[in-house]
Ligand binder design. Structure first.
Ligand SMILES: [Zn+2]
Ligand SMILES: [Zn+2]
Length: 136
């Protein structure tokens, strides 16, 4: 069976990427850092191994949003694209919202739910973890 390829990119098209195969996990983060970085109530992420992700046009500009982590975004239009961290070696989170077809990935849990906004209620029965989810 051919490996699935998923394409995505920023709003202006300066940064484009291609994802090979399935994410290790897809989840919705409610943490305050994601909220501020994206100016959004919650953020959906899909996590991949480095070698599954190729930037086919441009590169995200990196911002150290904390001592351990970097957020990648398009320096032209501001779209948030990626998250990498020293505590996630060899892995890269990609924003589900920047996929050309975000319906291709379905989150399976919520994390940092202890920081969720009280008016943010997702109509699902997925697990809600107060901080980081169990991972590998
Ligand atoms: Zn852009
Ligand atoms: Zn977060």
């Amino acid at each position: 069976m051919a490996e699935r390829k998923i394409d995505g990119g920023c709003q202006c098209g300066a940064v484009r990427y291609s994802l090979a195969g399935e994410p290790l996990m897809a989840a919705i983060c409610h943490c305050t850092l994601c909220r501020r970085a994206h100016a959004a109530p919650a953020v959906a992420w899909a996590i991949y191994k480095d070698d599954q992700v190729s930037f086919t046009q441009g590169q995200p500009k990196l911002y150290a949003s904390s001592a351990d982590a970097q957020r990648g975004f398009c320096e032209r239009c501001g779209t948030q694209i990626s998250f990498t961290a020293s505590f996630l070696p060899g892995l890269i989170d990609i924003t589900v919202g920047s996929l050309d077809d975000p319906q291709q990935i379905t989150p399976t849990l919520h994390y940092w739910h202890s920081e969720h906004l009280p008016w943010v209620r997702f109509a699902d029965d997925l697990p809600r973890y107060p901080d980081l989810p169990p991972f590998e």
